[in-house]
Design a protein. Structure first.
Length: 276
């Protein structure tokens, strides 16, 4: 089964979510950047940034960072090159830039055991030194960078938090107005498992796939070799083994990601060639 939900079904689900909750939460339903999908979000960028920017600064103050090295300079150059490509793309096409209020920042964390990178809302990005051997080269770093930036561009953190708030409100309403009593410990545990396996994990995997797709677009616009996007995952697979079954995971399986990335590459090359 494809990681992406069918477009028409997806519009229906998000449309119902937005309409049904509008009288209570006053949500915003917007289209995800470069994707034909409506997004449910009740959290403003200002609110998110008021939480994430101090958290990012606190993280930097308590973490050993690498600066002044070849790897650090390369990371910074790639980050700003992708940023500039995104800005030019939206300017040339006369579209609203979803990164216009970002306060871009990139750090390289000294941690050879952690193979990870992340991007907070607003363009606050961290790479761990442990992922650089898997990235292997400039294009590999650009692939990972594009993926992480894509999460912020698509407002995935805000969307997940908004869905969680909505589902928690639904649980309260069920207990308060339908059942007239609190769920038993067993029922609450069962509900939590159904919610995780039926809603949260598939949704998280869908967001990861969106970030994969958008990430390829961003690295293509910036002039990087998009073939490296799936090669990174081939190396990640070799490094990490089989991992948990996709059904139980927050991320698509490496094999699924590799297959989809190979399918997207010719489309992205045609529709989103390098700028400048």
């Amino acid at each position: 089964m494809s990681v992406f939900i069918n477009i028409s079904r997806r519009k229906f689900i998000y449309g119902c979510s937005c309409f049904g909750a509008s009288s209570l939460l006053l949500p915003s339903c917007t289209e995800v950047a470069l994707l034909d999908r409506q997004q449910f979000n009740i959290l403003s960028d200002d609110f998110l940034y008021s939480k994430t920017f101090p958290a990012y600064n606190n993280f930097k103050s308590q973490t050993k960072l690498i600066t002044g090295t070849k790897e650090y300079n390369q990371l910074i150059d790639i980050g700003f090159r992708i940023r500039d490509a995104i800005n030019v793309y939206y300017d040339v096409n006369g579209q609203e830039n979803p990164t216009s209020n970002f306060q871009w920042e990139f750090v390289l964390v000294y941690d050879d055991q952690t193979k990870n990178a992340w991007c907070m809302p607003g363009g606050k990005i961290a790479f761990y030194s442990g992922i650089l051997p898997i990235a292997k080269n400039e294009d590999g770093v650009a692939s990972i960078m594009g993926h992480e930036i894509a999460h912020a561009v698509a407002r995935h953190s805000a969307e997940r938090a908004s869905r969680a708030i909505l589902m928690d409100a639904g649980t309260y309403a069920l207990e308060r107005f339908v059942l007239g009593t609190n769920l038993s410990c067993y029922s609450r545990e069962l509900y939590g498992q159904v919610r995780q396996l039926g809603l949260e994990l598939p949704f998280s995997r869908s967001q990861e796939s969106e970030a994969d797709y958008l990430g390829v677009i961003f690295m293509s616009l910036a002039g990087y070799n998009v073939e490296e996007s799936y090669k990174v995952w081939e190396r990640m697979k070799e490094e990490g083994g089989s991992g948990p079954a996709e059904f139980w995971s927050t991320h698509p399986s490496p094999d699924n990601r590799i297959t989809k990335l190979k399918e997207w590459i010719p489309i992205v090359r045609k529709q989103y060639p390098a700028i400048g």
